[in-house]
Structures are given as structure tokens and as C-alpha cells.
Design a protein around this ligand. Structure first.
Ligand code: NAD
Ligand code: UDP
Ligand code: UDP
Length: 315
């Protein structure tokens, strides 16, 4: 089959960049939910894209439409092991992101976010690449400041069940600024808030996919705890816009990327049930340990430095 024919109709218009504007871009975790959407955008912009993934939660299917394209390469590798390639930019997204996934093997989650990040910073240092770290709103823990600005240092339980992820990402940020200061590596840090969209894993375990699946299957919708805890949900295309703008900008401090429209989880369950059109019951089950009670980004920095704000409404 001709290579062009393998690219779905959704992606017909790959740009052809000149030698000077075309970059070699590494996306770690590029076979995952967010990473694969980022890969689509970078490929369509005409860049050369190298995906490194160990397929823990990601799937080849998410990027297989680029397989065989001359600008695309997929490397099956664990980021905890050193990687020697030549690139201009690194989007470092490799890490499980859903609580059941990152709690599955907490030691591995910590290694991925510490040793894996050191390897990417070491690579960036050697080749002079700019690196963008996918951090998270979880660095704010169960926040005492609401909404959360980037200047808030957070409230994280260092030994709780979420700590492998929260503290892993906090160290990942610390490493980034240590390499920036000591080794002159050019770093960008995105603090990503809850994101949803196509290609979320059916068994992802996060609230959006759980509620939609439960509603579609006419099962009971499970709200963990009292349901008054809040989250703010952004659509994945908005996040991809923000990541690309952040990589390109001169601002080097962390930037929140999220949608500031906030819902309680109980309210969210009702919205999903109505959208799907089901008549499911909604049941409150046992609360999960250390569940952050409120989450809403202050996006003033993103507006100011990236001229970015979410465009896609939830419904
Ligand atoms: P995901 O689980 O769909 O994708 C993560 C990808 O990383 C997967 O393809 C997985 O196989 C890969 N991976 C995990 N460990 C690896 C390792 N050791 N070596 C190589 N590859 C590895 O998750 P996502 O939602 O796409 O999240 C992507 C990034 O964004 C993560 O760093 C996550 O922490 C961050 N983030 C996501 C959200 C969100 O709501 N989706 C929110 C905050 C932060
Ligand atoms: N590293 C890598 N690819 C490279 C360069 C470095 O994976 O192209 C890894 C290497 O495993 C090293 C880590 O990055 O352990 C940190 O590199 P750095 O140069 O900062 O430290 P050092 O090698 O001096 O310990
Ligand atoms: N949640 C829920 N039912 C589910 C999955 C999650 O009530 O089936 C709640 C969870 O307790 C949390 C919120 O929804 O308060 C968001 O959870 P998610 O795992 O999506 O993300 P995170 O806690 O990392 O923001």
C-alpha cells in the first residue's frame, strides 16, 4: 500500500518545511493519550518526530497511522534506560498519569519520573536540545490555595498512595531547574490539569472515561466519597496548543495548562449521565485516600506569556 494511503483522511495535509525550520523532535510517552495527539500535530507541521515508549499504558494503535512515514520513528524503549539520539527538542511525557496506573508499581513510577527525567536532561545537555517536562497539577497536592497559581508550593503527603506520582513530578521539576542552572539546559515546565479526549484508554481509571463507560453500559456511576470534591477538565487539543506554545516561548518558569471551569464530581456525574442520555443510578462509594478536594488552575501566566486559553467547552 502507498504510504499516503495509510494516513487516515483526518491527517491529509502534512506540511513540507524547509531544512531550516524542520526540527527533529523526541516525544517520550508519545504512544499515550496526550503524547499521540501531540505527535499528530507535530507531524502535520512537517517536523521529524521520534516517539519513545515502553507501552506500559500507551498503544501502538495510537500512532500507527504514521507508521512508514519518512518523518516518523517509533522506538520501543523504557525511558529509565539511557537513550542516545540527536534531536532539537524533547517533549518528555513518559509517565503513567492515571491514579490506578501510577499506583500499580509506585517504585517504577518514581524511577520513570526521576531517572527517566535525568536521562532526558542528560540527553538535552549533550545535544543542546530544549526540553519540555510534562508536570502536573498534582504538584499542588490537596491545595490550601484556590485556584492554584504557579507560585503556590503545594500541599503533598510525601508518604501517601499518590506520593510516587506527586513527588516524582516535583523532583522532575527540581531536576529540570537544577540542569537549567548548573548545565544551562533550556527547560520548559507545563503543569497540566485534568485532560480528556479521544484515545483515553477504556481502562484508564480516571473519572471522565469511567463515567462515560458506566453511562454507556447502563451501569451504576461510581462517585468516590461525598462528590463535593472538584476538578476542571480541558480538552486535549487545547493542551496540545499550550504545549507547543510553551516550547516556543521564552518564558522558563512553570506554566499551568488547564481549563478553569470547575465542577464538583457529583455534578459532573449528572452532566455525563444527561449527555449520554442514560437513566443510571449514581452511587457514592468509599472515598479514596488523599483525594485532592479542589482543583482549578489560575491561568493568568499562560494568558500573559503564551497568549493561550482553552477554546473547547465541555458541553
Ligand atoms: P498515558 O498513560 O496515556 O501516557 C503515558 C505514556 O508514557 C504511555 O504511552 C506509556 O506507555 C508511556 N510510559 C510510561 N512509563 C514509561 C517509561 N518508563 N518509559 C517509556 N514510556 C513510558 O498518560 P497521558 O494522560 O497521556 O499523560 C501524558 C503525560 O502528561 C504524563 O507525563 C502525565 O503525567 C502528564 N499529565 C497528564 C494529565 C492528564 O489529565 N492526561 C494531567 C497531568 C499531567
Ligand atoms: N544520557 C542519555 N543520553 C545522552 C546523554 C546522557 O540518556 O545522550 C543519560 C545518561 O544515562 C546519564 C544521564 O543522562 O546518566 C545524565 O547525564 P549527565 O551528563 O547529566 O550526567 P553524567 O553522565 O555525567 O552522570
Ligand atoms: N472519581 C470518581 N469516580 C471514578 C473515578 C474518579 O468519583 O470512577 C473521582 C476521584 O475520586 C477524584 C476525581 O474523580 O476526586 C478525579 O479523579 P481522576 O482519577 O480522574 O483524576 P485525579 O484525581 O488525578 O485528578
Amino acid at each position: 500500500m502507498a504510504l499516503e494511503a495509510r494516513i487516515p483522511r483526518a491527517f491529509p495535509n502534512v506540511k513540507f518545511l524547509s531544512y531550516h525550520s524542520k526540527k527533529r523532535i523526541l516525544v517520550t510517552g508519545g504512544a499515550g493519550f496526550v503524547g499521540s495527539h501531540l505527535v499528530d500535530r507535530l507531524m502535520l507541521q512537517g517536523h521529524e518526530v521520534i516517539v519513545v515508549d515502553n507501552f506500559f499504558t500507551g498503544r501502538k494503535r495510537n500512532v500507527e497511522h504514521w507508521s512508514g512515514h519518512e518523518n516518523f520513528e517509533l522506538i520501543h524503549q523504557d525511558i529509565v534506560n539511557p537513550l542516545f539520539i540527536e534531536v532539537d527538542e524533547i517533549y518528555h511525557l513518559a509517565s503513567p498519569a492515571s491514579p490506578p496506573h501510577y499506583m500499580y508499581n509506585p517504585v517504577k513510577t518514581i524511577k520513570t519520573n526521576t531517572i527517566g527525567t535525568i536521562n532526558m536532561l542528560g540527553l538535552a545537555k549533550r545535544v543542546g536540545a530544549r526540553v519540555l517536562i510534562a508536570s502536573t497539577s498534582e504538584v499542588y497536592g490537596d491545595p490550601e490555595v484556590h485556584p492554584q497559581p504557579e507560585t503556590y508550593w503545594g500541599h503533598v503527603n510525601p508518604i501517601g498512595p499518590r506520593a510516587c506520582y506527586d513527588e516524582g513530578k516535583r523532583v522532575s521539576e527540581t531536576l529540570s531547574y537544577a540542569y537549567a542552572k548548573h548545565e544551562k539546559v533550556s527547560v520548559r515546565v507545563a503543569r497540566i490539569f485534568n485532560t480528556y479526549g479521544p484515545r483515553m484508554h477504556m481502562d484508564d481509571g480516571r473519572v471522565v472515561s469511567n463515567f462515560i463507560l458506566q453511562a454507556l453500559r447502563n451501569e451504576t456511576i461510581t462517585v468516590y466519597g461525598h462528590g463535593n470534591q472538584t476538578r476542571s477538565f480541558q480538552y486535549v487539543s487545547d493542551l496540545v496548543d499550550g504545549l507547543i506554545a510553551l516550547m516556543a516561548c521564552n518564558y522558563t518558569q512553570p506554566i499551568n495548562l488547564g481549563n478553569p471551569i470547575e465542577y464538583s464530581i457529583e455534578e459532573f456525574a449528572l452532566i455525563i449521565r444527561n449527555l449520554v442520555g442514560g437513566k443510571n443510578s449514581i452511587k457514592k462509594t468509599k472515598a479514596v485516600e488523599d483525594d485532592p478536594q479542589r482543583r482549578k488552575p489560575d491561568i493568568s501566566r499562560a494568558k500573559l506569556y503564551l497568549n493561550w486559553e482553552p477554546k473547547v467547552r465541555f458541553y
